[in-house]
Design a protein around this ligand. Structure first.
Ligand SMILES: *[C@@H]1O[C@H](CO)[C@@H](O)[C@H](O)[C@H]1NC(C)=O
Ligand SMILES: *[C@@H]1O[C@H](CO)[C@@H](O)[C@H](O)[C@H]1NC(C)=O
Length: 273
Protein backbone atom coordinates (compact mmCIF):
# COMPACT_ATOMS: atom_id res chain seq x y z
CA UNK A 1 0.00 0.00 0.00
CA UNK A 2 1.23 3.53 -0.82
CA UNK A 3 1.79 5.86 2.08
CA UNK A 4 -0.95 8.44 2.48
CA UNK A 5 0.09 12.06 2.15
CA UNK A 6 -1.60 14.44 4.60
CA UNK A 7 -4.23 15.98 2.31
CA UNK A 8 -5.38 12.52 1.27
CA UNK A 9 -5.75 11.66 4.91
CA UNK A 10 -8.05 14.64 5.37
CA UNK A 11 -10.35 13.35 2.64
CA UNK A 12 -10.36 9.93 4.19
CA UNK A 13 -11.31 11.35 7.57
CA UNK A 14 -14.03 13.61 6.14
CA UNK A 15 -15.38 10.84 4.00
CA UNK A 16 -15.57 8.63 7.00
CA UNK A 17 -17.87 11.00 8.82
CA UNK A 18 -19.86 12.10 5.82
CA UNK A 19 -20.51 8.62 4.49
CA UNK A 20 -24.22 8.07 4.36
CA UNK A 21 -25.63 4.94 5.72
CA UNK A 22 -27.55 4.15 2.56
CA UNK A 23 -24.23 3.09 1.09
CA UNK A 24 -25.24 -0.34 2.42
CA UNK A 25 -25.59 -2.53 -0.64
CA UNK A 26 -29.24 -3.23 -1.58
CA UNK A 27 -28.43 -6.96 -1.68
CA UNK A 28 -27.49 -6.80 1.98
CA UNK A 29 -30.72 -5.02 2.86
CA UNK A 30 -32.61 -7.67 0.87
CA UNK A 31 -30.82 -10.49 2.74
CA UNK A 32 -31.85 -8.98 6.08
CA UNK A 33 -35.46 -8.63 4.98
CA UNK A 34 -35.59 -12.25 3.82
CA UNK A 35 -34.07 -13.29 7.17
CA UNK A 36 -36.82 -11.39 8.96
CA UNK A 37 -39.53 -13.01 6.78
CA UNK A 38 -38.40 -16.52 7.81
CA UNK A 39 -38.90 -15.59 11.48
CA UNK A 40 -42.56 -16.24 12.21
CA UNK A 41 -42.61 -15.33 15.88
CA UNK A 42 -40.91 -12.31 17.40
CA UNK A 43 -42.60 -11.78 20.78
CA UNK A 44 -40.24 -8.99 21.85
CA UNK A 45 -40.67 -7.20 18.50
CA UNK A 46 -36.95 -6.87 18.11
CA UNK A 47 -37.14 -7.04 14.32
CA UNK A 48 -40.03 -4.60 14.12
CA UNK A 49 -37.93 -1.77 12.72
CA UNK A 50 -36.23 -3.93 10.09
CA UNK A 51 -38.24 -2.41 7.31
CA UNK A 52 -37.37 -2.89 3.65
CA UNK A 53 -39.05 0.35 2.66
CA UNK A 54 -36.84 2.46 4.85
CA UNK A 55 -33.78 0.63 3.44
CA UNK A 56 -31.52 2.41 5.91
CA UNK A 57 -30.27 -0.41 8.12
CA UNK A 58 -28.11 2.04 10.11
CA UNK A 59 -30.91 2.44 12.56
CA UNK A 60 -32.04 -1.14 12.68
CA UNK A 61 -31.66 -2.86 15.99
CA UNK A 62 -28.98 -5.45 16.71
CA UNK A 63 -26.81 -4.73 13.73
CA UNK A 64 -23.37 -3.26 13.73
CA UNK A 65 -22.09 -1.63 10.61
CA UNK A 66 -18.60 -0.62 9.85
CA UNK A 67 -17.41 1.86 7.27
CA UNK A 68 -14.31 1.20 5.31
CA UNK A 69 -12.65 3.10 2.57
CA UNK A 70 -12.72 0.82 -0.42
CA UNK A 71 -10.71 2.80 -2.88
CA UNK A 72 -8.87 6.01 -2.68
CA UNK A 73 -7.78 7.92 -5.75
CA UNK A 74 -6.09 11.25 -5.93
CA UNK A 75 -9.28 13.11 -6.70
CA UNK A 76 -11.61 13.43 -3.76
CA UNK A 77 -14.59 12.99 -6.06
CA UNK A 78 -13.67 9.38 -6.63
CA UNK A 79 -13.36 8.57 -2.99
CA UNK A 80 -15.62 5.61 -2.44
CA UNK A 81 -16.91 4.62 0.92
CA UNK A 82 -19.04 1.59 1.54
CA UNK A 83 -20.80 0.53 4.67
CA UNK A 84 -20.58 -3.12 5.65
CA UNK A 85 -22.55 -5.13 8.06
CA UNK A 86 -20.04 -6.67 10.45
CA UNK A 87 -22.08 -8.05 13.31
CA UNK A 88 -25.55 -9.43 13.93
CA UNK A 89 -26.21 -10.22 17.58
CA UNK A 90 -29.72 -11.42 18.34
CA UNK A 91 -29.25 -13.23 21.66
CA UNK A 92 -31.97 -14.52 23.98
CA UNK A 93 -34.72 -12.70 22.11
CA UNK A 94 -37.13 -15.66 21.76
CA UNK A 95 -37.35 -15.33 18.00
CA UNK A 96 -38.81 -18.43 16.38
CA UNK A 97 -38.36 -19.48 12.77
CA UNK A 98 -35.93 -20.75 10.17
CA UNK A 99 -32.50 -19.42 9.28
CA UNK A 100 -32.91 -18.12 5.72
CA UNK A 101 -30.02 -19.09 3.46
CA UNK A 102 -30.00 -15.50 2.16
CA UNK A 103 -28.46 -14.45 5.47
CA UNK A 104 -25.20 -15.96 4.25
CA UNK A 105 -25.03 -13.47 1.39
CA UNK A 106 -23.88 -10.95 4.00
CA UNK A 107 -20.33 -11.76 3.06
CA UNK A 108 -18.72 -9.05 5.19
CA UNK A 109 -20.11 -10.46 8.45
CA UNK A 110 -17.50 -11.11 11.06
CA UNK A 111 -19.85 -12.14 13.88
CA UNK A 112 -23.16 -13.96 13.60
CA UNK A 113 -24.69 -14.50 17.02
CA UNK A 114 -28.20 -15.97 17.21
CA UNK A 115 -27.71 -17.65 20.60
CA UNK A 116 -30.59 -18.67 22.83
CA UNK A 117 -33.62 -18.32 20.57
CA UNK A 118 -36.13 -20.82 19.17
CA UNK A 119 -34.65 -21.28 15.72
CA UNK A 120 -35.70 -24.51 14.01
CA UNK A 121 -34.80 -26.40 10.84
CA UNK A 122 -31.37 -27.06 9.36
CA UNK A 123 -28.22 -24.96 9.21
CA UNK A 124 -28.15 -23.95 5.51
CA UNK A 125 -25.12 -25.18 3.56
CA UNK A 126 -24.66 -21.63 2.24
CA UNK A 127 -23.04 -20.91 5.61
CA UNK A 128 -19.71 -21.66 3.92
CA UNK A 129 -19.98 -18.37 2.01
CA UNK A 130 -19.06 -16.32 5.08
CA UNK A 131 -15.32 -16.13 4.42
CA UNK A 132 -14.74 -13.32 6.94
CA UNK A 133 -16.76 -14.81 9.76
CA UNK A 134 -14.83 -15.06 13.02
CA UNK A 135 -17.62 -15.93 15.46
CA UNK A 136 -20.54 -18.25 14.71
CA UNK A 137 -22.88 -18.76 17.64
CA UNK A 138 -26.12 -20.65 16.96
CA UNK A 139 -26.09 -22.31 20.40
CA UNK A 140 -29.23 -22.92 22.50
CA UNK A 141 -31.77 -23.20 19.71
CA UNK A 142 -33.72 -26.11 18.24
CA UNK A 143 -31.78 -26.55 15.02
CA UNK A 144 -31.92 -30.03 13.49
CA UNK A 145 -30.34 -32.02 10.68
CA UNK A 146 -26.66 -32.44 9.92
CA UNK A 147 -23.86 -29.96 10.38
CA UNK A 148 -23.17 -29.03 6.74
CA UNK A 149 -19.75 -30.00 5.36
CA UNK A 150 -19.50 -26.44 4.07
CA UNK A 151 -18.76 -25.34 7.64
CA UNK A 152 -15.19 -26.29 6.71
CA UNK A 153 -15.16 -23.32 4.28
CA UNK A 154 -15.34 -20.74 7.08
CA UNK A 155 -11.68 -19.93 6.59
CA UNK A 156 -11.46 -17.15 9.20
CA UNK A 157 -13.58 -18.65 11.93
CA UNK A 158 -12.16 -18.60 15.48
CA UNK A 159 -15.18 -19.65 17.54
CA UNK A 160 -18.05 -21.99 16.68
CA UNK A 161 -20.86 -22.64 19.13
CA UNK A 162 -23.64 -25.04 18.09
CA UNK A 163 -24.30 -26.43 21.58
CA UNK A 164 -27.76 -27.40 22.86
CA UNK A 165 -29.58 -27.98 19.59
CA UNK A 166 -30.99 -31.14 18.01
CA UNK A 167 -28.23 -31.65 15.44
CA UNK A 168 -27.81 -35.21 14.12
CA UNK A 169 -25.46 -37.12 11.84
CA UNK A 170 -21.68 -37.30 11.87
CA UNK A 171 -19.22 -34.56 12.67
CA UNK A 172 -17.97 -33.25 9.33
CA UNK A 173 -14.24 -34.04 9.00
CA UNK A 174 -13.98 -30.69 7.19
CA UNK A 175 -13.95 -29.07 10.66
CA UNK A 176 -10.28 -30.01 10.50
CA UNK A 177 -9.83 -27.50 7.64
CA UNK A 178 -10.35 -24.60 10.01
CA UNK A 179 -6.84 -23.39 10.69
CA UNK A 180 -7.90 -20.47 12.89
CA UNK A 181 -10.43 -22.33 15.01
CA UNK A 182 -9.73 -22.04 18.75
CA UNK A 183 -13.09 -22.79 20.34
CA UNK A 184 -15.61 -25.44 19.27
CA UNK A 185 -18.74 -26.21 21.28
CA UNK A 186 -20.89 -29.05 19.92
CA UNK A 187 -22.15 -30.43 23.25
CA UNK A 188 -25.77 -31.42 23.91
CA UNK A 189 -26.87 -32.46 20.45
CA UNK A 190 -27.59 -35.89 18.94
CA UNK A 191 -24.37 -36.24 16.98
CA UNK A 192 -23.24 -39.73 16.01
CA UNK A 193 -20.22 -41.48 14.58
CA UNK A 194 -16.59 -40.98 15.54
CA UNK A 195 -14.67 -37.83 16.33
CA UNK A 196 -12.89 -37.12 13.02
CA UNK A 197 -9.21 -37.89 13.44
CA UNK A 198 -9.77 -41.05 15.45
CA UNK A 199 -8.10 -42.98 12.63
CA UNK A 200 -5.09 -40.72 12.64
CA UNK A 201 -3.91 -42.37 15.83
CA UNK A 202 -1.41 -44.25 13.75
CA UNK A 203 -0.64 -41.42 11.37
CA UNK A 204 1.97 -43.25 9.28
CA UNK A 205 -0.10 -46.33 8.53
CA UNK A 206 -3.10 -44.11 7.83
CA UNK A 207 -1.14 -42.30 5.17
CA UNK A 208 0.15 -45.53 3.62
CA UNK A 209 -2.99 -47.54 4.04
CA UNK A 210 -6.36 -47.44 2.40
CA UNK A 211 -7.06 -43.92 3.67
CA UNK A 212 -4.07 -42.50 1.79
CA UNK A 213 -6.29 -40.51 -0.54
CA UNK A 214 -8.67 -39.52 2.24
CA UNK A 215 -7.10 -36.69 4.21
CA UNK A 216 -10.51 -36.30 5.85
CA UNK A 217 -9.68 -39.30 8.01
CA UNK A 218 -7.15 -37.04 9.74
CA UNK A 219 -9.98 -34.73 10.81
CA UNK A 220 -9.04 -32.55 13.77
CA UNK A 221 -5.47 -33.85 13.62
CA UNK A 222 -4.88 -31.60 10.61
CA UNK A 223 -6.08 -28.47 12.41
CA UNK A 224 -4.16 -26.35 14.85
CA UNK A 225 -4.88 -27.33 18.46
CA UNK A 226 -8.23 -26.21 19.80
CA UNK A 227 -8.04 -24.22 23.03
CA UNK A 228 -11.59 -25.11 24.03
CA UNK A 229 -13.68 -27.97 22.67
CA UNK A 230 -16.79 -29.61 24.02
CA UNK A 231 -18.26 -32.77 22.44
CA UNK A 232 -20.14 -33.89 25.57
CA UNK A 233 -23.68 -35.33 25.71
CA UNK A 234 -23.96 -36.62 22.16
CA UNK A 235 -23.96 -40.20 20.85
CA UNK A 236 -20.36 -40.30 19.63
CA UNK A 237 -18.59 -43.65 19.46
CA UNK A 238 -15.07 -44.95 18.92
CA UNK A 239 -11.99 -43.45 20.48
CA UNK A 240 -10.57 -40.03 21.18
CA UNK A 241 -8.13 -38.91 18.50
CA UNK A 242 -4.58 -38.79 19.90
CA UNK A 243 -4.34 -35.17 18.87
CA UNK A 244 -7.29 -34.25 21.13
CA UNK A 245 -6.17 -36.18 24.19
CA UNK A 246 -4.98 -33.00 25.86
CA UNK A 247 -8.59 -31.82 26.24
CA UNK A 248 -10.25 -32.33 29.63
CA UNK A 249 -12.10 -35.67 29.90
CA UNK A 250 -15.33 -33.75 30.58
CA UNK A 251 -15.23 -32.56 26.97
CA UNK A 252 -16.18 -36.11 25.93
CA UNK A 253 -18.47 -37.23 28.77
CA UNK A 254 -22.02 -38.40 28.18
CA UNK A 255 -21.24 -40.10 24.86
CA UNK A 256 -20.96 -43.74 23.79
CA UNK A 257 -17.16 -43.55 23.92
CA UNK A 258 -15.66 -46.25 26.12
CA UNK A 259 -12.55 -44.80 27.66
CA UNK A 260 -10.97 -44.77 31.06
CA UNK A 261 -11.93 -41.72 33.16
CA UNK A 262 -14.79 -40.71 30.86
CA UNK A 263 -18.28 -40.82 32.23
CA UNK A 264 -20.34 -42.46 29.46
CA UNK A 265 -23.98 -42.20 28.51
CA UNK A 266 -26.29 -44.93 29.80
CA UNK A 267 -25.35 -47.94 27.57
CA UNK A 268 -29.04 -48.61 26.90
CA UNK A 269 -29.16 -45.31 25.00
CA UNK A 270 -26.11 -46.29 22.97
CA UNK A 271 -27.44 -49.61 21.66
CA UNK A 272 -29.17 -48.23 18.62
CA UNK A 273 -26.23 -46.12 17.42
C1 LIG B 1 -24.70 -10.13 22.24
O1 LIG B 1 -25.79 -9.56 22.89
C2 LIG B 1 -25.97 -10.04 24.22
C3 LIG B 1 -27.27 -9.46 24.75
O2 LIG B 1 -27.40 -8.12 24.44
C4 LIG B 1 -24.76 -9.64 25.06
O3 LIG B 1 -24.89 -10.11 26.38
C5 LIG B 1 -23.52 -10.25 24.43
O4 LIG B 1 -22.36 -9.83 25.11
C6 LIG B 1 -23.40 -9.83 22.96
N1 LIG B 1 -22.30 -10.57 22.37
C7 LIG B 1 -21.33 -9.99 21.69
C8 LIG B 1 -20.25 -10.87 21.18
O5 LIG B 1 -21.31 -8.81 21.47
C1 LIG C 1 -11.91 -45.40 10.94
O1 LIG C 1 -11.58 -46.72 10.59
C2 LIG C 1 -12.67 -47.60 10.57
C3 LIG C 1 -12.17 -48.97 10.22
O2 LIG C 1 -10.82 -49.13 10.53
C4 LIG C 1 -13.68 -47.11 9.55
O3 LIG C 1 -14.82 -47.96 9.56
C5 LIG C 1 -14.11 -45.70 9.88
O4 LIG C 1 -14.98 -45.21 8.89
C6 LIG C 1 -12.91 -44.81 9.98
N1 LIG C 1 -13.30 -43.50 10.45
C7 LIG C 1 -12.93 -42.38 9.84
C8 LIG C 1 -13.35 -41.12 10.49
O5 LIG C 1 -12.28 -42.37 8.83
Amino acid sequence: MKRLIPFQLIFVTFGFFLAKCDAVHPNEVHALIVFKEAIFDDPLLILSNWNGLDSDPCNWFLLELSRRVISLFLKASSLEIHTFLVRINISSCSIKGFIAEELFQLSSLSELILHGNNLIGPIPKEIGLLKHLKVLDLGMNQLSGRIPHEIGDLASVVKINLQSNGLTGKLPPELGNLKNLQELRLDRNKLQGTVPGANATDFASTMRGKYASDTNALGFCRASPLKVADFSFNFLVGSIPKCLEYLPRTSFQGNCIKYKDIKPRDPRQCGTF
